[in-house]
Design a protein around this ligand. Structure first.
Ligand SMILES: [Zn+2]
Ligand SMILES: [Zn+2]
Length: 178
């Protein structure tokens, strides 16, 4: 049975709601337009706290990325857990300074509206946060030849390359050794 990722706040019982999602990739087929989402499992624990909603959970996903250097596709496993405090949009930001139990360091504070929690948006954001700044199929990826465009991981070409004697050679060495 498919569990809905949009949860009506009115449906959350006092004892909380515990949801396990065995497959989310049809709900979140991609993020940022170029990252494809594969097998994805998620969990949400939702508790009411006055008008606020506490959402704890985790997500585990296999994403298909494109290497920044060689443009090859590669898989990466991401896994994380999270804790959100959701406030009604009209109350957003109110009362946080006086509530010592929750600080901004410990919890992400967001708003919800229309009495609805959008689980798929939480999962999508958490997956994005796990993606690397630089997407490399491997740290040692050789990339594409700037002259002929051949993938240097798979083949060699006969283009002449002058890599280490230009004016920025010292800079390149510094970058590598950091
Ligand atoms: Zn690569
Ligand atoms: Zn070449």
């Amino acid at each position: 049975m498919q569990i809905e990722t949009r949860i009506q706040v009115a449906d959350v019982p006092e004892e909380g709601l515990y949801l396990n999602f065995s497959e989310l990739s049809h709900v979140i087929p991609e993020v940022d337009g170029f990252v494809k989402i594969g097998n994805t499992k998620g969990r949400l624990e939702i508790h009411k706290s006055g008008n606020n909603i506490e959402v704890r959970g985790s997500v585990k996903s296999r994403v298909l990325l494109t290497c920044d250097r060689c443009l090859g596709r590669f898989h990466k496993n991401v896994e994380t857990s999270f804790f959100y405090l959701l406030q009604p949009r009209k109350d957003f930001g109110a009362g946080l300074e006086t509530d010592h139990r929750l600080s901004h360091d410990e919890v992400d504070v967001y708003w919800y509206e229309d009495g609805e929690i959008r689980g798929e948006e939480i999962f999508r954001e958490q997956i994005i946060l796990q993606l690397p700044m630089r997407m490399l199929c491997s740290e040692s990826c050789k990339g594409l030849c700037p002259s002929c465009g051949i993938n240097l991981n798979e083949a060699q070409c006969s283009c002449s390359r002058q890599v280490n004697d230009g004016p920025f050679a010292a800079l390149a060495v510094l970058k590598v050794s950091r």
